[in-house]
Design a protein around this ligand. Structure first.
Ligand SMILES: *[C@@H]1O[C@H](CO)[C@@H](O)[C@H](O)[C@H]1NC(C)=O
Ligand SMILES: *[C@@H]1O[C@H](CO)[C@@H](O)[C@H](O)[C@H]1NC(C)=O
Length: 972
């Protein structure tokens, strides 16, 4: 067969490839009889791609009835009806532009819409997305088209639009298989897999991740958002603003089928065109991430199961003795050894007397404390009493008749209320604060509880857990805690699961339930949580609709509580999240397991949460559940040092796993943490930019190289902003690492050939456990300067007292750049300061010292650096710039020739070096540059062997062109 024939044959096969099947029987235990009873097609498929055996006939959908402007009135067509309730006869599609964002809303006026308060700030784009419709047949369809390329980004000609009260579905073809996002799930690869049919569940659940194998179950949060990289390298994002239990099926085509069981289909298309611009547009729309305190980027040591304050003190001391930089201690409060008294929020346990004093000691070392709080409040004690007195609201039953009076009557304070009492860690039943309470009574009471407790134990940050919300033993006759020594046998919560209530037992229960089997296995939507029929906000909101917002709404009010209690920015981290949660809190990737697989998925998870607008994210380093190993813990410490939220955390009963346990892990952690701390100003400035303009901090490599196909599924490498590439070692026994470097100039920033250019492409680099993990800095035209504080001081102090150094990684190319605190930055900071009154606020920001740093292009290689100092504080003293490190410097300098503003300086020649092999110039001299000495500082030198001292002054045109508003380019 000739080449042409085979090509033709291939084309023929592809074009006749069957359309993706739209599942008609996603429930477990389907069979042909049940399928045909639904009027669907039953056709077994053994091709191994998981195609549904029961699928809809063609023609499912709506037809166009009439159109008024941008509103399309649709009517159920003559095609098949849906098996999960009566199809709505009339629905409406409306479309509008919000800046560059295209909104397509399909549904019925007056139905539930998520009560979320997105700023909907827009960002212009060169690209325009338009809606195009096709009503030529009985099946109305629409596409979202990118005008510049005429590409269909979303194309519902696949059919399958279903709209009924408790079952809504939309299906679409996609322009590319390069899809990212959807959450919260554990993804084994960064890019989705369209070679088979997979259904990903989204419903907030107290569910630890399973990284051991492909598992599409739902975890703690819900993020109905994805990004697609189109074949020409342009990217777009899509948010489906819906908060009900939902799922997405990815299928060959490539196509996707989205289903939800309430609300409307409210879709937002973000045009990009680069992945980072998509992210910025999305984050501006939902709300830009909060800026964590500088110290919150420090190393955090935590465990669940300290047997009291003494054990905690011992472990902290061991880590300090090992010389490991550590800044934050977290106390997990979920065991009888915890800091709380029998797990009750805002109390201190008997074994923790002196805790308040110890926190003062920690503060004197420069350490900080983050404390855990659960939302549920025991119905017996003062916090609850104060809440009742303040008319705070709790999640309620709908009617008095539903109340489990046997439970209610145990608690005098709850007795005649409809409060839905459940069971969590405390000994007695608990009530769940209603953070949607529009009277503000609940939020005011919640805030005052934190303020009161902070005056006893001066925590600096807040960790909110169990906020899906999690409830133990719902609908179970014998919940697990009946067999626990540490929990009384409280009567469990029972929801009406007999089918009489459609909130509890909707016709379609989603994969969040099917994943655990059917009702026969005790799997319900209410499993591990409260009854779906519950009400919030005085009956205005149904838990069935708003459950997925519980963590978000708790985070909103907890951040206010933190500000009020501490007067500082601090940080909140939340287990359950929803779009916009990043405005209020960070996130950790949940109760992972001490396995290599979990280390790997956490590398992917952190990148996804950056796409979701929650850049303050990381995993439980060394693994939470199970017993870690020395090598795994070492590699995880090394990788975790590159995640914004960096915490070693361990479960109760597991052996200690703080880095001081093993000398090798202690050494690797010290090395990794010192590196992190040295480059922390860069990480912090990425967070600063994210908080001001919406941006990712840790980003997938394809964000920076969207036309390099090698990066599209490069999930185990990631970028720190645009400049640094990290390639962690994530396999057992590996001492070398295969890395991929896209076409650009890359310098090694780790032990292997430090300072040298590493050629782009695939490379195998040395990465023994004693070395730093592979990390590279990118030398582009834009920037390669990184200001580095001395890493050995506690973070709150380092900004003020430490000397610092400067790394310049692209000697030849850079002609101008700008690092530092510009006017605009200062004014933004003052704005922030008026909202959060804290004197120490400014000291927590990197003290930025340069507004301009100019390197003119030269014909002769002579050293010349010019810094324009823009520093306006009379209260803060500036550190000196002691070290300047320059990569790719062509020639040995004459160390005797250095002048600063024309005055000769004596360079310490013992400490200063030049390597002709790596072309690295290292200038180190105590007090080299006093930045307060002049507004403008010029340091210059000649090279060895050069008799003539030649200097080119910075091109004034270029200096003028420096745009001080472009704080994106501040790297300090
Ligand atoms: C509740 O607080 C919000 C935000 O501070 C405020 O806008 C709103 O008016 C308050 N509502 C009531 C009923 O006081
Ligand atoms: C910078 O400060 C650190 C910590 O105070 C000190 O150990 C180091 O010697 C200083 N470096 C120079 C070059 O003075």
């Amino acid at each position: 067969m000739g080449k042409l024939t085979s090509l033709l044959l291939f084309a023929l096969i592809s074009s006749t490839q069957a359309a993706p099947r739209i599942d008609c029987l996603p429930e477990p235990n389907g069979n042909q009889g049940a399928c045909e009873a639904r009027g669907c097609i039953w056709k077994e498929d053994d091709s191994g791609i998981g195609a549904p055996w029961c699928y809809f006939k063609d023609g499912v959908g709506y037809k166009l009835d009439s159109q008024q402007g941008s509103t399309y009135n649709l009517r159920k067509n003559s095609g098949p009806s849906n098996p999960w309730g009566a199809d709505s006869t009339e629905i409406k599609l409306t479309t509008k532009k919000i800046g560059s964002v295209l909104n397509v809303h399909i549904g019925i006026d007056g139905r539930y819409e998520p009560p979320v308060d997105f700023p909907r700030e827009t960002q212009p784009s060169d690209e325009s997305l338009v809606l195009s419709t096709d009503s030529s047949s009985d099946v109305f369809s629409f596409s979202v088209v990118r005008q510049s390329s005429n590409r269909k980004l979303f194309d519902t000609s696949l059919g399958g639009l279903i709209f009924s009260d408790q079952f809504i579905q939309i299906a679409t073809y996609l322009p590319s298989e390069n899809m990212y996002g959807w959450g919260e799930n554990t993804h084994q690869t960064l890019r989705h897999d369209f070679t088979k049919y997979l259904t990903w569940a989204m419903f907030a659940r107290d569910q630890p991740p399973n990284s051991g194998n492909l598992d599409t179950m739902n975890l703690y949060g819900v993020h109905p958002y994805y990004m697609i990289l189109e074949p020409d390298g342009k990217a777009h994002g899509v948010l489906i603003l819906n908060s009900n239990a939902q799922e997405v099926m990815t299928a060959p085509g490539p196509s996707l089928i989205y289903r939800t069981i309430g609300g409307n289909l409210d879709m937002y298309f973000f045009p990009g065109p680069t992945p980072e611009l998509v992210t910025q547009q999305y984050l501006k729309f939902i709300g830009k991430p909060f800026l964590p305190a500088y110290w919150a980027l420090g190393y955090q040591l935590s465990r669940y199961g300290y047997k009291g304050l003494d054990e905690m003190k011992t472990r902290i001391q061991a880590v300090r003795d090992a010389g490991i930089p550590i800044d934050i201690v977290l106390i997990s409060g979920v065991a009888d050894i915890d800091y709380m008294q029998r797990y009750k929020d805002f109390t201190t346990g008997d074994d923790w007397s002196g805790f308040g004093d110890y926190v003062k000691t920690m503060h004197s070392w420069g350490m900080k404390l983050i404390l855990i709080f659960d939302p549920a409040i025991e119905a017996t004690y003062d916090s609850f009493k104060r809440g009742m007195a303040a008319n705070a609201k709790f999640v309620e039953w709908e009617t008095q008749a539903q109340v489990q009076t046997g439970i209610q009557n145990l608690y005098p304070m709850a007795k005649n209320t409809k409060i839905m009492l459940g069971v969590v860690w405390p000994d007695n039943h608990v009530a769940f604060p209603d953070f949607l309470d529009s009277t503000n009574n609940t939020q005011n009471w919640w805030i005052s509880e934190f303020v009161n407790y902070q005056s006893q134990v001066a925590f600096d940050g807040i960790w909110i857990d169990m906020n899906e919300p999690s409830n133990f033993g719902t609908n179970q006759n014998h919940p697990w805690y009946f067999d626990s020594d540490d929990h009384p046998d409280d009567a469990p919560l029972f929801c009406p699961t007999d089918g009489s209530n459609l909130w509890e037992m909707p016709p379609y229960k989603t994969r969040a339930v099917w994943r655990w089997g059917d009702a026969g296995n005790g799997a319900f939507l209410s499993t591990n949580t409260l009854c779906l029929l519950a009400l919030q906000d005085g009956g205005k909101q149904r838990f069935y609709n708003v459950k997925n917002l519980y963590g978000l709404t708790e985070a909103i009010h907890t951040q206010k509580a933190l500000f009020k209690a501490t007067g500082k920015r601090g940080a909140v981290v939340s287990r359950s999240t929803y779009p916009s949660a990043g405005r209020y809190a960070g996130h950790w990737l949940g109760d992972n397991t001490a396995r290599w697989e979990d280390l790997r998925t956490s590398v992917i998870g952190a990148q996804e949460f950056n796409m979701f607008g929650i850049p303050y994210v990381g995993s439980d380093v060394c693994g939470f559940i199970g017993t870690t190993t020395e090598e795994l813990c070492l590699r995880w410490q090394q990788m975790g040092a590159f995640h914004s939220f960096f915490r070693n955390h361990n479960t109760i009963g597991a052996p200690a796993q703080d880095p001081a346990v093993w000398p090798s892990v202690a050494a690797a952690t010290k090395q990794a943490n010192l590196f992190r701390y040295q480059y922390l100003p860069y990480l912090f400035s990425l967070h600063f930019v994210a908080s001001q303009s919406g941006a990712s901090v840790i980003r997938p490599v394809f964000f920076e190289f969207p036309t390099d196909a090698e990066t599209f599924n490069l999930g185990y490498q990631f970028m720190w902003g645009p400049r640094m590439m990290v390639a962690p070692v994530i396999y057992q026994g590996h001492t070398t690492q295969n890395v991929y470097l896209p076409t650009d100039t890359w310098y090694s920033l780790f032990d292997y050939k430090y300072g040298s250019i590493i050629s782009p492409g695939y490379a195998t680099v040395q990465a023994p456990t004693t070395s730093r993990i592979p990390v590279f800095v990118r030398g582009t035209d834009k920037v390669s300067f990184l200001v580095r504080p001395h890493p050995l001081l506690p973070l709150p102090l380092v900004r003020i007292h430490s000397n610092f150094s400067l790394l310049h990684a692209q000697w030849e190319k850079v002609s101008e750049l700008c690092i530092g605190m510009t006017e605009r930055l200062l004014s933004m900071i003052s704005t922030l300061m008026t909202t959060i009154t804290s004197i120490s606020f400014i000291t927590r920001l990197p003290l930025v010292v340069f507004s301009q740093l100019i390197i003119p292009r030269r014909s002769v290689f002579e050293g010349f650096l010019k810094m324009k100092v823009d520093f306006q504080s009379s209260t803060i003293s500036l550190p000196t710039l002691d070290i300047i490190e320059i990569f790719n410097y062509p020639k040995a300098p004459n160390f005797r020739s250095f002048t600063v503003n024309g005055k000769t300086v004596n360079i310490n020649v013992q400490k200063s070096t030049y390597s002709g092999v790596t072309k690295t110039l290292y200038i180190s001299t105590p007090g080299l540059i006093d930045l307060t000495s002049a507004d403008s500082i010029v340091i210059q030198w000649s090279n060895a062997g050069s008799s003539m001292f030649e200097m080119n002054v910075a091109n004034p045109g270029k200096m003028k062109a420096l745009n001080t508003n472009r704080y994106e380019e501040l790297y300090f």
